[in-house]
Design a protein around this ligand. Sequence first.
Ligand code: C2E
Ligand code: CA
Ligand code: CA
Ligand code: CA
Length: 277
Amino acid sequence: SAKRQSQSFTMYDNSLDSHSPRRLKMMAELGNAIRTNQLTLFFQPRIEVKTGLCVGCEALIRWNHPELGRVPPDEFIHLAEMSETIHALSHWVIEHAIQQIKIWQSVNINIPVAINLSARNLVDLSLPDTIETLLEQNNVESKWLEIEITESAFISDPGRAESVVNDINQLGISMAIDDFGTGYSSLSYLKRLPIQTLKIDRSFVDDMLQDEQDAAIVHSTIGLAHSFGLTVIAEGVENQDTLEALSALNCEHAQGFHICRPIPPDEFIQWFSQSLP
Ligand code: C2E
Ligand code: CA
Ligand code: CA
Ligand code: CA
């Protein structure tokens, strides 16, 4: 009905407004949520396209809010990014991802875990030391942690972001460009930065079998990545036909609901053991 439509429009409108009551409430509570462990990490497996073997996973944050229920990251990450809270949030993510690596290694799951960092984290010159300390404290080798950043990380202070990325990579941590192709960047950073992986955004992967332009973007991104010696991960793979098309294009890795949704750590152990050959 018209009434329903106008209501849902109002809600949608509010959700984009950082001054809406829900946003203000979340912004005020986020710091406390981090300290009281209302946050949790889900993990989505990543497979090698040719073999189907699990070769890694991505940590994706969720907020179990006492009243609002499970709040997805798209609703609160940008709130954290508007303040210093993003530093505490990413610290929490790094620490918990590293602890999870340790736990999984104790049950013989030896795969790298990728975390997402915000553009704002990369202007923090102390971040590489923080990561190094957390790895050392938990006795985890740097090769088990991977970091995903977006092209937007190099907009506000490219020189500083480049230096932070260099220092993190020097620790032995592999770096991926996330949502590749959706930003406004010039590609020149591919020449300069120590990047090992490109993740093709799911908006392109999703429609690659129906839309010629999306197929062309996927195809040329894989070609570009390979000419730079980079590994490619396709995200958002939702069916077998897409996985096969990616295989034909020599895309190395894939993630998506067709393979597995993001799941809690316990479920991950079950999924992993039944995925073994
Ligand atoms: P992203 O890094 O691009 O992560 C991929 C998103 O796509 C995830 O949403 C994942 O659940 C979803 N996804 C995976 N496979 C499929 C699929 O086959 N189909 C569809 N439709 N979706 C799929 P999620 O978990 O809601 O995260 C959204 C975004 O929030 C992430 O996008 C990332 O930018 C951000 N984010 C998540 N966790 C963190 C974090 O710990 N720190 C920071 N800074 N950002 C995070
Ligand atoms: Ca990501
Ligand atoms: Ca994406
Ligand atoms: Ca994203």
